[in-house]
Design a binder for this molecule. Sequence first.
Ligand code: AMP
Length: 436
Amino acid sequence: MTFSDLGLRAELLRAVEAQGYTTPTPIQLKAIPAVLQGGDLLASAQTGTGKTAGFTLPMLQRLAGGPRPAKHQVRALVLTPTRELAAQVGESVADYGRHLTLKSHVIFGGVGQQPQVDAIRGGLDVLVATPGRLLDLHQQKHVDLSKVEILVLDEADRMLDMGFIHDIKKILRVLPEKRQNLLFSATFSNEIQALAGKLLDDPAMIEVARRNTTAELVDQAIYRVDREKKRELLAHLITQHDWQQVLVFTRTKHGANRLAEQLSKQDIPAMAIHGNKSQSARTKALAAFKTGDLQVLVATDIAARGLDIEELPHVVNFELPNVAEDYVHRIGRTGRAGSEGKAVSLVCVDEHGLLKGIERLIKRDLEKRIEPGFEPDPNAKPEPIENGRGKRSGGGGRNGGQGQRRQGQAAGQRRGGDEARAPRRRRGGGSGSRQA
Ligand code: AMP
């Protein structure tokens, strides 16, 4: 099956070819015909599956035939949880739409609003937005959503995790009743199901295997190590194996900063990316990392969400996440769209419970290694795990099962109040307008 078999128009096929894609991914095979038919869609798919092209290509095709938008009006609205994801989806829209004459724009908080206002004024075929900034501009009457033909909620589970449900409900109230709705989510919590029930009309349902739960393309390993030796071991592994592009996850923003500083001092170029950094600092770090100028990018879970770095060879969990599902999201950064990747986790005695929770979730035991010279102390006692806000939660080996899960959720909620809200606190303008 090829892209042309899916009924896409020549302009889109040329753009796809220019991206170097030869075969549609499973989600694209299912989503493209479903969206072209015009009905609603409920898709369970995470980043790395090719979902963006899965909704963008047929969306652009449906828009291509239609009338131009009137002033301030938007024909297709894509909502994303983070600025990074908005920027990436916006890039895909521009890339895939390069041979069409549709206008698209990306808006998010944290930058001045005037360029966004200017871009929307003439009307847009596609607007990619984070919910907070979109509502701001709508309240100021800079954008008219009453003629939206297609609504996409991308990574809907993350949007709800980040506390955007009220913003989403407000946005839904100003959309026209008749429209096509596409909902993408990696997980299906009760909240997502409730949202889907309200939003979608007899949707086509698509589920693609969460490839990283089996992670056939990702070589995963655990290094057992003492808490105090983690940084040294990380520097050792990076130098020893000559890893050139490494995404490292820490649990806290403070931890990310500290680790990036320490690695830099050891002549391993590293920068931290998280919600407290300015948009320009994040963009700069990400750009340097993508081009290979920056060897190590240290990120927290929220900041890394939606980062699309093609064929990322190495992901390191400097600390295991409090929420087992985040492990799956983290290692989803590597071995993407067919390329192989390595995911390494540095695990100390405090994290044995977290590790058990992850192994239970992915239904397999991960290979345990000990690096010579970094043998863990067999008598080390577990300590409670810092969660980044001065509080501590127990993460030791005692309650690996249900207790761990509850604890993870609590940590997730705290994190939601911390970094996840950042996009809403820092409201302000956007990025460049372009021909889609
Ligand atoms: P996504 O899940 O949309 O974030 O896409 C993940 C990655 O897969 C991106 O880097 C895309 O450029 C890439 N990709 C999307 N579709 C294909 C395809 N059909 N073949 C190869 N790579 C693809």
